[in-house]
Design a protein around this ligand. Structure first.
Ligand code: MTE
Length: 335
């Protein structure tokens, strides 16, 4: 992962959206969502000036149907601006498409996401091959605005659209032997140029995992959209994990396999560099990466003269919600 050393500076006043203004916009969008979705246009792009630059998308029918019933603003962040769509979609990590931040946007249009089949296996009562629409069919689509903190010390605020991972898991009925959930990304080199380079040290497919109680936490999300539209390919279409209190590398993209397992799974970054990237990967300003501090982060967008650096919060600001998951654990050892 690339590294940049952040510098201290204050958050710009212009980047803060007062909550009342935000909520008013939400109410407006709730009304606007139906008509815009019916017109096949991204609702939020039409209704909210902060979503300027959102590219229209041809969403699958199941997505448009769910969008009409979406629960907007189910989770929000206070007084922090949403990252502009062009930044969230052109500054990405998705190594299957290449190592540079611009590679995913450049190459991910090659990815074919329909049909999309997810294999469910392991310690589970309902194993099988599920289409994405079957997997999310019973769950309500929620907009959740989360901070995203990359282990490389940059961060964004993203309005995801997704379904609760806990709901999805419950419907699959894992057995009591399931202690962890293992996720796997699609590995299709003919559509993923980053897999063909030979320079990559990654042992494909990209794998991530969560302890079962982490996966069942109400904040854990399976995202199928963002900014009021279907997920762009470079952000992990058609479905990805979002775990907002952990470093971004836990939020695995383009998932094709969900396995319920007894043992802690070997995950991609931990397997490659265990002294640098742990299984837990909880955002923690007090535990430095061996090569850089995690005390601060660069909130995107920034510029050379205004790098927009801020203090990193414990558990990325979700301490109240998730700290109990790690009671009694030494977070310096379990980084
Ligand atoms: N998932 C896969 N399959 N491949 C990847 O390279 N990168 C991770 C994560 N999920 C990655 C992945 C990292 S390091 C980060 S920070 C986030 O995706 C970035 O998500 P974004 O590009 O949507 O901001």
């Amino acid at each position: 992962m690339l590294i940049r050393t952040p510098r201290r500076s204050d958050c710009l006043e212009s980047e803060v959206t007062p909550e009342a203004l935000y909520l008013n916009r939400r109410r407006f969008m709730q009304g606007a969502a139906f008509s815009a979705a019916a017109a096949g246009l991204p609702a939020i792009a039409q209704a909210d000036p902060r979503y300027a630059g959102v590219e229209p998308a041809n969403a699958p029918v199941w997505f448009d149907e769910k969008l009409r019933q979406a629960n907007w603003g189910a989770v929000t962040v206070k007084n922090e601006a949403i990252t502009p769509y062009p930044d969230a979609t052109h500054y990405n990590n998705f190594y299957e498409f290449g190592p540079d931040k611009g590679d995913p946007a450049r190459h991910a249009s090659q990815l074919v996401t329909e049909p999309w089949v997810v294999t469910v296996d392991g310690e589970v009562a309902k194993p099988g091959k599920y289409s994405i629409e079957d997997l999310v069919s019973d769950a309500a689509l929620e907009e959740r605005i989360y901070r995203l903190r990359c282990v490389e010390a940059w961060s964004m605020v993203i309005p995801w659209l997704g379904v609760s991972l806990a709901d999805l898991i419950s419907r699959l009925e894992p057995t009591t032997d399931a202690k962890y959930v293992r996720f796997e990304t699609l590995a299709r080199p003919e559509q993923m140029p980053g897999m063909r380079t030979g320079f990559s040290l990654i042992d494909w497919p990209y794998v991530e995992g969560l302890r079962m109680d982490e996966a069942m936490h109400p904040l854990s999300l399976i995202a199928v959209g963002m900014y009021g539209r279907v997920l762009p390919n470079q952000n992990g279409a058609p479905m990805r994990l979002v775990v907002p209190w952990k470093y971004g590398f836990k939020s695995i993209k383009s998932i094709v396999r969900i396995s319920f397992v007894r043992e802690q799974p070997a995950t991609t970054w931990e397997s490659m560099a265990p002294q640098e990237y742990g299984f837990y990967a909880n955002v923690n300003p007090n535990v430095s990466h061996p090569r850089w501090s995690q005390a601060r982060e660069r909130r995107l967008p920034g510029s050379l003269f205004s790098p927009n650096v801020r203090e990193t919060q414990m558990f990325n600001g979700y301490k109240e919600e998730v700290a109990h998951l790690y009671t009694g654990m030494d977070l310096r050892k379990n980084y």
